[in-house]
Design a protein around this ligand. Sequence first.
Ligand SMILES: C[S@@+](CC[C@H](N)C(=O)[O-])C[C@H]1O[C@@H](n2cnc3c(N)ncnc32)[C@H](O)[C@@H]1O
Length: 246
Amino acid sequence: MNDTPQRQRRQIYGRRKGPKLSAHQDELRQTLLPALLLKLEQGADPRTYFSAPHRGEVDARSASGGDVSDVWLEVGYGGGEHLLWQAQHHPNIGLIGAEPYISGTAKLLSKLDRQPVSNIRLYEDDARDIIAALPDASIGRFFLLFPDPWPKTRHHKRRFLQMDLLDQLARVLKPGAELRFASDDAGYLAYALERLMAHPAFAWTAQGPSDWKTRPEGWPPTRYEAKELHGPPAFLRFLRTDRMAA
Ligand SMILES: C[S@@+](CC[C@H](N)C(=O)[O-])C[C@H]1O[C@@H](n2cnc3c(N)ncnc32)[C@H](O)[C@@H]1O
């Protein structure tokens, strides 16, 4: 399944801009966002992104910096409710979130304004940039929750999960790291399962249907999930095996 031509890797399918931001959201972009923004450094240990705010003004309400024991990555955090929940419940973990949709980040900034945390870093662009820049075996958990389903066959190549992406994830995930995937789109679910199960670096943890039909512990609902657009959600948990990528 070699389903992503090289040239598509850096094209984001989807919106960057949404409704006009309110004055308050604009202000938060000026005051709160700069210290949270991740400035990618090729090959940098992602824990160093959390040791101190490394870009822009330091805002007392935002990133004060601190040591983290591990780093987790969420792709397409939308309004950021899951990212924030994970950061609040795992204060020793650094959470990197990637989301090119500016209105999504605006929602997260409003939440962070009310509930500051020091262990979130944001990238307002293509998550594949982060994955490409990460060193081998540097990420302890990966989340891809309700990615855009792109249901038409001719659009499947736009889906975030592609075989070459799994190769990249196999490289950056630590042995034993968890990959969490959720979708309410039966087509994307089957497509993701086919690829994940075909990949030697990933092993599905499910023992039976209840393991993927029921929300696991430590996995809060997302805003998109709450809309119940397509059908019941499925929750997949795969582990990075110690086998090499194909
Ligand atoms: C259907 S929404 C789901 C958002 C959120 N995970 C939720 O469940 O509420 C998918 C999100 O993925 C984001 N996205 C799409 N391509 C992306 C990429 N290459 N890197 C990072 N995020 C991406 C979109 O901007 C969109 O916000």
